[in-house]
Design a protein around this ligand. Structure first.
Ligand SMILES: Cc1cc2nc3c(=O)[nH]c(=O)nc-3n(C[C@H](O)[C@H](O)[C@H](O)COP(=O)(O)OP(=O)(O)OC[C@H]3O[C@@H](n4cnc5c(N)ncnc54)[C@H](O)[C@@H]3O)c2cc1C
Ligand code: SF4
Length: 749
């Protein structure tokens, strides 16, 4: 690294002074300088964050110029009071110039400061674990005992840095499994949840399967116990493709779409998003499959928002039940039954649809905070239950039981307790001897013949070469965004507007979850949320779906409220109530007081489908290879605004009963950042209103299937992946002619 590629000495001095004022030392311990935050940023600017170097230079130069204007001294040599005034001026935009909106960089530099304070020392910040000691975070512990999760337990552990040893970055070979036969029966695009489920079922039916995966082959354990490495911007292997192809977003057709400032954290690579997922594995309610009928029967058709596409699914819960059971067995889902064969079970979710079999494993243990939530909810007449999760609570095959380490959602699991493709479907698929997976192989187009049938795909490999892969059937399982993008990009003579778009429905009805969580502060208490996975949560479903009378409320449907664990310090130090500044002694005071004492009541609101919310190609933004990016047009409707206000009010009520002193809420529209992106290739019976049938077969393109959330016609107030898996199993079996009983018996092997 030469000087021109990193900060000059004067710039380093300014950076050090800036960060120290943002997180100043006090009697309780060191500030940003001694913790090494500046060293971290300097190192990052010479590597992972090199692209941000010009922004840093511009900001530091402006700080210096402002200081010299007032006192004729550099920023680093100015009095602290003056430095504070200049930082305030920067944050509020007063240092902006017409061609240099410097305040825009505040959020990113603030984020980098938090990384430097609280990252694993492996990344050159958090010197001598001083940042972690300051807030009492025990670091990269292997796991915790139940007693340590009791409310107000004082966890006395010496902070632990992550061992420097890294797991191998990738599985050894780009080609995994048997060499693909010349005439591949099925070519699947995407080795994530839906793609690998379909690969397994097709192979069980005797078909030869080639899975093409754009990202690298990987073990899924590349980023264990390391908060910084779990962020998408740092995840060089897993998120590289997605980060460069993140869609653009606008709220309506009158706006011009902008690139997302912070990508969603979606991953590319073997296993897809089953590596970083949080593993909440909730079946949809029976009523979710007939949301329109349920609404019309109870409230009348006039209550449906005029522009919504709210509909029933073309499958019902009874048809899905056997597939849910197989999906839960494959993943090893733990949970507490609420409705076993129609019999209510105490402690479970009374709103659950009937299940034929118990959960494969007992639920995750209840933390002290979870119990507090449960007591408060029950006292309010609600029905708390532990969330079901694809997390092993007992040893299962090669998988260990959960150790409650807390580096869970956004990370791979160090003991394989959390289900991923790697520790579930991959072995099953390979055991058939009929599946090959080729990593680093990005599909760029689906080829069709002159009769409009899919006949194979164009594949670009890591060496930049593009080849044609013929196949009897093509299955797109590349996550909602890339499924719709590829169908658009594959337009041809028979499909001038894209595959599946003969009736103009491709991309229509896109939905994405909003995250309007409510935060609650309990001064002086120790909630110990740095222990346990997010999925280790108590929840209530009383305000979800149509579980309550909506008469007079002004909205339809609802959402789940859950009290999540997993509170890691880089993220936690950015969660502030209104009125707390993002820097200075007041921010530091808040971070130190709030880290152990803040709970989150996470709300999963149902988002209705609307005709105006859609995915198409962006005419103004292209990926690195020149192909257009996907464009999201999305806003929530008045129905969701009113519903979210209602749910936030109910969450506040629970938090008050829990004894919170300060409660605040996120805004209702949090943008397309959720990872629950669904719709766009809706399934249904009528080609006029859908893109595929209920086995994902594209109406207007024979031999082409779609799998994944893109098929969803609605987005219930629950996590989607278990339903994505169940649908994929059902669809592949339906197309291959396998009964559920045959797939169930293969799953028991
Ligand atoms: C941090 C995080 C937490 C989450 N938590 C939960 C949760 O708790 N519960 C839940 O239900 N869901 C959760 N999700 C969502 C869940 O992971 C996804 O819904 C699920 O993985 C989707 O499955 P899929 O098969 O459709 O796509 P993916 O699993 O994303 O797989 C798609 C694959 O296609 C590949 N691909 C993309 N483009 C191409 C191309 N052009 N050519 C070849 N391959 C391509 C990708 O690289 C990827 O491997 C979470 C997601 C994230 C990121
Ligand atoms: S399942 Fe999650 S919390 Fe449990 S051990 Fe694995 S990563 Fe840690």
């Amino acid at each position: 690294v030469t000087n021109s590629e990193s900060l000059a000495p004067g710039e380093r001095a300014a950076l050090g002074a800036l960060l120290e004022r943002m997180f100043p030392a006090d009697a309780r311990g060191p500030g940003a300088s001694a913790i090494g935050a500046a060293d971290y940023i300097v190192a990052a600017l010479a590597g992972a964050y090199a692209a941000h170097l010009p922004d840093y230079r511009a900001v530091l130069a402006a700080l210096d110029a402002a200081a010299r204007e007032t006192s004729n001294a550099a920023f680093a040599e100015s009095p602290a009071e003056q430095q504070d005034q200049i930082i305030a001026a920067w944050e509020s935009g007063k240092l902006d110039q017409p061609d240099a909106p410097l305040c825009r960089h505040f959020e990113r530099i603030w984020r980098h400061l938090r990384e430097g304070l609280f990252c694993d020392p492996e990344h050159d910040g958090n010197r001598d674990l001083a940042g972690w000691r300051l807030i009492g975070f025990p670091g990269a512990q292997h796991g915790y005992e139940a007693a340590e999760q009791a409310l107000d337990a004082n966890v006395l552990r010496e902070p632990l840095a992550r061992a420097r040893r890294r797991e191998p970055r990738r599985a050894p070979a780009t080609l995994i499994g048997s060499a693909p036969a010349e005439g591949t029966d099925v070519c699947i695009v995407g080795a994530g949840l839906a793609g690998m489920a379909a690969a397994w079922v097709f192979a069980e039916a005797g078909l030869s399967v080639l899975v093409l995966e754009a990202g690298p082959a990987r073990t899924g354990k590349e980023r264990v116990l390391d908060e910084l490495a779990g962020t998408s911007v740092r995840n060089d292997g897993g998120a590289a493709k997605y980060n460069h192809e993140a869609p653009t977003w606008r709220r309506n057709a009158a706006e011009s779409a902008q690139k997302l400032a912070f990508p969603q954290g979606l991953e590319n690579g073997l296993g897809g998003n089953t590596v970083p997922w949080g593993a909440v594995a909730h079946r949809f309610h029976a009523g979710d499959f007939r949301a329109r009928s349920e609404t019309v029967e109870r409230y009348g058709a006039q209550t449906l928002p005029g522009d919504s596409l709210l509909c029933d699914w073309s499958v019902d819960y009874d048809a899905m039940e056997p597939w849910y059971a197989i999906a839960e067995r494959v993943l090893g889902v733990s949970g507490q039954e609420g409705n076993l064969q129609g019999r209510a079970i105490a402690g479970g979710n009374p709103f659950d649809a009937p299940r034929r079999d118990p959960y494969p494993m007992p639920a995750l243990r209840t933390s002290g905070l979870g119990a507090l939530f449960g007591q408060a909810a029950a006292a309010a007449g609600l029905h708390p239950f532990p969330l079901p999760a694809a997390i092993a609570t007992q040893e299962l095959r090669e998988r260990g039981a959960c150790t409650y380490c807390s580096f869970c959602s956004r990370f791979g699991c160090h003991v394989d307790a959390k289900a991923s493709v790697q520790n579930t479907l991959l072995g099953r698929a390979l055991a058939t001897g009929r599946v090959a997976i080729r990593a680093d192989s990005e599909v760029t187009r689906v080829a069709t013949d002159d009769r409009g049938r899919a006949i194979g795909v164009d594949v670009r490999t890591a060496d930049g070469r593009t080849t044609f892969q013929p196949a009897g059937r093509v299955v797109l399982a590349a996550y909602t965004f890339e499924v719709v993008r590829l169908m658009r990009l594959s337009a041809g003579a028979q499909h001038p507007d894209g595959l599946g778009n003969r009736t103009g429905m491709l991309g229509v009805g896109y939905m994405t979850r909003q995250q309007p969580s409510v935060y609650a502060h309990f001064p002086g208490r120790r909630l110990n949320r740095f222990i346990g996975p997010t999925a280790q949560a108590m929840a209530v479903d009383d305000f979800n779906a149509d579980h309550f009378d909506h008469t007079g409320l002004g909205f339809l449907r609802g959402g789940r409220i859950a009290c999540f664990n997993q509170y890691l310090p880089i993220e936690a130090s950015g969660i502030l109530p209104p009125g707390v500044p993002r820097w200075g002694a007041a921010w530091r005071d808040w971070v130190l007081a709030a880290y152990h004492a803040t709970a989150m009541l996470f709300i999963d609101p149902e988002i209705l489908p609307y005709r105006a919310n859609r995915l198409d190609l962006d005419p103004n933004h292209a990926a690195r290879d020149g192909r257009p990016l996907l464009r999201i047009t999305f806003d929530i409707g008045d129905n969701e605004r009113r519903m979210i206000a209602f749910l936030q009010e109910r969450a506040r009520m629970i938090a008050e009963r829990m004894g919170a002193a300060r409660i605040w809420a996120r805004p209702p529209l949090t943008g397309p950042i959720s990872t629950h992106d669904v719709g766009g290739a809706r399934m249904g019976r009528d080609p006029a209103t859908s893109v595929t049938d209920d086995c994902g077969r594209v109406h207007d393109t024979p031999n082409l299937m779609v799998l994944g959330g893109a098929l969803f016609p609605t987005l219930p107030g629950l996590n989607p992946a278990l339903t994505i898996l169940a649908l994929a199993l059902r669809a592949a079996a339906g197309v291959a002619g396998l009964e559920a009983t045959a797939v169930a018996s293969a799953a028991r092997r």
